[in-house]
Design a protein around this ligand. Structure first.
Ligand SMILES: [Zn+2]
Ligand SMILES: [Zn+2]
Length: 267
Protein backbone atom coordinates (compact mmCIF):
# COMPACT_ATOMS: atom_id res chain seq x y z
CA UNK A 1 0.00 0.00 0.00
CA UNK A 2 1.38 3.40 -0.99
CA UNK A 3 1.17 6.97 0.30
CA UNK A 4 1.89 10.05 -1.76
CA UNK A 5 5.02 11.61 -0.32
CA UNK A 6 3.85 15.20 -0.87
CA UNK A 7 0.28 15.08 0.50
CA UNK A 8 0.25 11.90 2.61
CA UNK A 9 -2.79 10.41 0.87
CA UNK A 10 -3.02 6.64 1.10
CA UNK A 11 -4.12 4.74 -2.00
CA UNK A 12 -5.83 1.31 -2.19
CA UNK A 13 -3.61 -1.76 -1.86
CA UNK A 14 -1.45 -2.29 -4.97
CA UNK A 15 1.81 -4.03 -5.83
CA UNK A 16 3.20 -1.04 -7.74
CA UNK A 17 2.88 2.66 -6.88
CA UNK A 18 -0.19 4.43 -8.36
CA UNK A 19 0.33 6.24 -11.67
CA UNK A 20 -0.42 9.71 -10.32
CA UNK A 21 -1.77 11.60 -7.30
CA UNK A 22 -4.79 13.66 -8.47
CA UNK A 23 -4.75 15.60 -5.18
CA UNK A 24 -1.21 16.85 -5.87
CA UNK A 25 -1.91 17.46 -9.56
CA UNK A 26 -4.70 19.84 -8.52
CA UNK A 27 -3.84 23.57 -8.28
CA UNK A 28 -4.38 23.52 -4.52
CA UNK A 29 -1.38 21.21 -4.04
CA UNK A 30 1.74 20.61 -6.14
CA UNK A 31 4.11 18.02 -7.51
CA UNK A 32 7.52 18.81 -5.96
CA UNK A 33 9.56 20.47 -8.71
CA UNK A 34 12.89 18.89 -7.76
CA UNK A 35 11.95 15.26 -7.27
CA UNK A 36 8.62 14.87 -9.06
CA UNK A 37 5.89 12.51 -7.86
CA UNK A 38 7.24 10.26 -5.10
CA UNK A 39 5.59 7.41 -3.22
CA UNK A 40 6.37 5.70 0.03
CA UNK A 41 5.21 2.25 1.06
CA UNK A 42 2.99 2.25 4.18
CA UNK A 43 5.31 0.06 6.29
CA UNK A 44 8.41 1.98 5.22
CA UNK A 45 6.69 5.20 6.26
CA UNK A 46 5.75 3.78 9.68
CA UNK A 47 9.29 2.50 10.28
CA UNK A 48 10.78 5.91 9.54
CA UNK A 49 8.51 7.90 11.91
CA UNK A 50 7.14 7.87 15.42
CA UNK A 51 3.98 9.16 17.01
CA UNK A 52 3.72 12.69 18.36
CA UNK A 53 0.90 12.78 20.89
CA UNK A 54 0.48 15.85 23.07
CA UNK A 55 -1.93 18.37 24.44
CA UNK A 56 -2.60 21.29 22.13
CA UNK A 57 -4.41 24.05 24.00
CA UNK A 58 -6.68 21.64 25.85
CA UNK A 59 -7.28 19.08 23.09
CA UNK A 60 -5.16 15.98 22.50
CA UNK A 61 -3.23 16.35 19.23
CA UNK A 62 -1.91 13.40 17.23
CA UNK A 63 0.75 13.68 14.54
CA UNK A 64 4.18 12.24 13.84
CA UNK A 65 7.89 12.99 13.99
CA UNK A 66 9.69 13.88 11.89
CA UNK A 67 7.00 15.84 10.07
CA UNK A 68 5.65 14.13 6.97
CA UNK A 69 3.89 15.53 3.87
CA UNK A 70 1.65 18.50 4.83
CA UNK A 71 2.42 17.97 8.51
CA UNK A 72 -1.05 18.48 10.01
CA UNK A 73 -2.07 16.94 13.31
CA UNK A 74 -5.41 15.36 14.16
CA UNK A 75 -7.38 16.36 17.28
CA UNK A 76 -9.27 14.07 19.64
CA UNK A 77 -12.54 15.76 20.57
CA UNK A 78 -14.11 14.25 23.69
CA UNK A 79 -17.82 15.07 23.64
CA UNK A 80 -20.78 13.64 25.54
CA UNK A 81 -21.77 11.88 22.28
CA UNK A 82 -18.44 10.05 22.11
CA UNK A 83 -14.98 10.81 20.79
CA UNK A 84 -14.58 12.38 17.37
CA UNK A 85 -11.27 12.50 15.56
CA UNK A 86 -11.13 15.88 13.85
CA UNK A 87 -9.03 15.88 10.69
CA UNK A 88 -6.71 13.00 10.09
CA UNK A 89 -2.96 12.49 9.82
CA UNK A 90 -1.08 9.67 8.09
CA UNK A 91 0.69 8.10 11.07
CA UNK A 92 -1.11 5.31 12.97
CA UNK A 93 0.72 2.73 15.08
CA UNK A 94 0.17 0.68 18.24
CA UNK A 95 1.04 3.60 20.51
CA UNK A 96 -1.63 5.79 18.92
CA UNK A 97 -4.22 2.99 19.02
CA UNK A 98 -3.47 2.33 22.68
CA UNK A 99 -3.70 5.99 23.66
CA UNK A 100 -6.97 6.59 21.84
CA UNK A 101 -8.29 3.32 23.26
CA UNK A 102 -7.46 4.57 26.76
CA UNK A 103 -9.42 7.75 25.99
CA UNK A 104 -12.47 5.67 24.99
CA UNK A 105 -11.89 4.92 21.30
CA UNK A 106 -13.56 6.76 18.43
CA UNK A 107 -17.26 7.19 17.65
CA UNK A 108 -16.54 9.03 14.39
CA UNK A 109 -13.97 10.75 12.20
CA UNK A 110 -14.67 14.05 10.42
CA UNK A 111 -12.19 15.73 8.08
CA UNK A 112 -12.13 19.32 6.89
CA UNK A 113 -11.09 18.70 3.26
CA UNK A 114 -9.23 16.28 0.93
CA UNK A 115 -5.70 17.44 1.86
CA UNK A 116 -6.17 15.70 5.23
CA UNK A 117 -7.96 12.52 4.16
CA UNK A 118 -4.52 10.85 4.40
CA UNK A 119 -4.95 7.33 5.91
CA UNK A 120 -8.56 7.85 7.07
CA UNK A 121 -9.67 4.36 5.98
CA UNK A 122 -6.87 2.81 8.06
CA UNK A 123 -8.15 4.75 11.10
CA UNK A 124 -11.82 3.93 10.43
CA UNK A 125 -11.06 0.23 10.13
CA UNK A 126 -8.94 0.24 13.26
CA UNK A 127 -11.57 1.98 15.39
CA UNK A 128 -14.65 0.59 13.58
CA UNK A 129 -16.19 4.02 13.10
CA UNK A 130 -17.65 6.07 10.23
CA UNK A 131 -15.95 8.99 8.46
CA UNK A 132 -18.11 12.07 7.77
CA UNK A 133 -17.20 13.98 4.62
CA UNK A 134 -19.18 16.49 2.62
CA UNK A 135 -20.83 15.17 -0.52
CA UNK A 136 -19.13 17.82 -2.66
CA UNK A 137 -15.74 16.14 -2.09
CA UNK A 138 -16.72 12.64 -3.20
CA UNK A 139 -14.38 12.67 -6.19
CA UNK A 140 -11.32 13.34 -4.00
CA UNK A 141 -11.62 10.12 -2.01
CA UNK A 142 -8.70 8.11 -3.39
CA UNK A 143 -9.34 4.99 -1.30
CA UNK A 144 -13.12 4.40 -1.34
CA UNK A 145 -14.53 2.44 1.59
CA UNK A 146 -17.94 1.69 3.14
CA UNK A 147 -16.83 3.60 6.27
CA UNK A 148 -17.03 6.90 4.33
CA UNK A 149 -20.43 8.58 4.84
CA UNK A 150 -21.14 11.59 2.69
CA UNK A 151 -23.54 14.23 3.95
CA UNK A 152 -25.27 16.93 1.98
CA UNK A 153 -26.43 20.40 2.97
CA UNK A 154 -24.96 23.17 5.12
CA UNK A 155 -24.78 21.75 8.67
CA UNK A 156 -24.62 18.27 10.19
CA UNK A 157 -25.36 17.78 13.89
CA UNK A 158 -23.12 15.03 15.29
CA UNK A 159 -24.63 15.22 18.80
CA UNK A 160 -22.87 16.28 21.99
CA UNK A 161 -22.89 19.91 20.85
CA UNK A 162 -20.73 19.11 17.82
CA UNK A 163 -21.80 20.51 14.45
CA UNK A 164 -20.13 20.16 11.09
CA UNK A 165 -20.50 23.40 9.15
CA UNK A 166 -19.99 23.46 5.44
CA UNK A 167 -18.04 26.64 4.65
CA UNK A 168 -16.74 25.93 1.15
CA UNK A 169 -13.92 28.26 0.07
CA UNK A 170 -10.63 26.33 -0.17
CA UNK A 171 -12.74 23.31 -1.22
CA UNK A 172 -16.40 23.39 -2.28
CA UNK A 173 -17.32 20.93 0.46
CA UNK A 174 -14.83 22.35 2.96
CA UNK A 175 -16.19 21.78 6.48
CA UNK A 176 -15.26 22.92 9.98
CA UNK A 177 -16.31 21.52 13.36
CA UNK A 178 -18.04 23.71 15.95
CA UNK A 179 -17.82 22.48 19.54
CA UNK A 180 -20.44 24.41 21.51
CA UNK A 181 -19.42 23.19 24.98
CA UNK A 182 -15.83 24.39 24.55
CA UNK A 183 -16.77 27.45 22.44
CA UNK A 184 -14.25 26.18 19.90
CA UNK A 185 -13.98 26.05 16.13
CA UNK A 186 -11.79 23.35 14.59
CA UNK A 187 -11.02 24.66 11.17
CA UNK A 188 -8.32 22.66 9.37
CA UNK A 189 -7.20 25.13 6.73
CA UNK A 190 -10.70 26.13 5.65
CA UNK A 191 -10.20 29.01 8.09
CA UNK A 192 -6.41 29.42 8.27
CA UNK A 193 -4.72 30.40 11.53
CA UNK A 194 -1.89 32.82 10.66
CA UNK A 195 0.99 34.39 12.66
CA UNK A 196 -1.07 37.46 13.71
CA UNK A 197 -3.62 35.80 15.98
CA UNK A 198 -6.00 38.78 15.72
CA UNK A 199 -6.78 37.56 12.22
CA UNK A 200 -7.25 34.40 10.15
CA UNK A 201 -7.21 34.01 6.38
CA UNK A 202 -8.75 32.05 3.54
CA UNK A 203 -7.25 30.87 0.25
CA UNK A 204 -8.14 28.74 -2.74
CA UNK A 205 -4.53 27.46 -2.85
CA UNK A 206 -2.17 27.99 0.06
CA UNK A 207 1.08 26.64 -1.47
CA UNK A 208 0.42 28.43 -4.78
CA UNK A 209 -1.03 31.60 -3.22
CA UNK A 210 -4.27 31.71 -5.20
CA UNK A 211 -6.88 33.83 -3.39
CA UNK A 212 -10.63 33.29 -3.14
CA UNK A 213 -13.21 35.60 -4.69
CA UNK A 214 -14.98 37.98 -2.24
CA UNK A 215 -18.24 36.03 -2.55
CA UNK A 216 -16.57 32.84 -1.28
CA UNK A 217 -15.02 34.63 1.71
CA UNK A 218 -18.34 36.29 2.57
CA UNK A 219 -19.99 32.89 2.37
CA UNK A 220 -17.54 31.45 4.93
CA UNK A 221 -18.25 34.34 7.31
CA UNK A 222 -22.01 33.93 6.80
CA UNK A 223 -21.86 30.17 7.43
CA UNK A 224 -20.08 30.79 10.76
CA UNK A 225 -22.14 33.81 11.88
CA UNK A 226 -24.75 31.71 13.79
CA UNK A 227 -22.01 29.97 15.83
CA UNK A 228 -20.31 31.48 18.89
CA UNK A 229 -16.69 30.51 19.55
CA UNK A 230 -13.59 31.85 21.26
CA UNK A 231 -10.84 29.41 20.28
CA UNK A 232 -9.93 28.50 16.70
CA UNK A 233 -7.82 25.39 16.20
CA UNK A 234 -5.94 25.44 12.89
CA UNK A 235 -4.37 22.48 11.12
CA UNK A 236 -0.97 22.19 12.85
CA UNK A 237 0.26 21.93 16.42
CA UNK A 238 0.08 25.30 18.20
CA UNK A 239 -1.75 27.04 15.36
CA UNK A 240 -4.45 28.26 17.69
CA UNK A 241 -6.35 31.53 18.10
CA UNK A 242 -7.01 31.70 21.83
CA UNK A 243 -9.72 34.34 22.10
CA UNK A 244 -12.45 36.30 20.29
CA UNK A 245 -12.74 33.66 17.55
CA UNK A 246 -16.10 34.80 16.17
CA UNK A 247 -14.92 38.42 15.95
CA UNK A 248 -11.59 37.34 14.45
CA UNK A 249 -13.39 35.57 11.58
CA UNK A 250 -15.69 38.55 10.95
CA UNK A 251 -12.94 41.15 10.87
CA UNK A 252 -10.68 38.92 8.79
CA UNK A 253 -13.37 38.36 6.16
CA UNK A 254 -13.98 42.13 5.99
CA UNK A 255 -10.25 42.85 5.62
CA UNK A 256 -9.84 40.19 2.95
CA UNK A 257 -12.75 41.44 0.88
CA UNK A 258 -11.42 45.01 1.06
CA UNK A 259 -7.94 43.84 0.06
CA UNK A 260 -9.13 42.06 -3.08
CA UNK A 261 -11.74 44.58 -4.19
CA UNK A 262 -10.59 48.11 -3.32
CA UNK A 263 -8.03 49.90 -5.42
CA UNK A 264 -4.76 50.63 -3.65
CA UNK A 265 -2.95 48.63 -1.00
CA UNK A 266 -4.82 47.47 2.13
CA UNK A 267 -4.51 49.86 5.05
ZN1 LIG B 1 -0.36 13.69 -3.34
ZN1 LIG C 1 -5.70 22.33 2.18
Amino acid sequence: MYLCNACGTQYPPSDAPPGACPICEDQRQYIPHDEGQQWIEWRTFLDAHKAEIRDDHGILGIGCEPAFAIGQRALLVKSTAGNVLWDCAPYLDGEVVERIGAEGGLAAIAISHPHYYSTMVEWANTFACPIYLHEAERKWVMRPDPAVRFWDGETNDLGGGLTLVRCGGHFEGGQVLHWAEQRALLSGDIVQVIPDRRYVSFMYSYPNLIPLPPSAVQRIAAALAPFAFDTIYGAWFDRVVERDGSAVVRRSADRYVRAVTEPGLPS
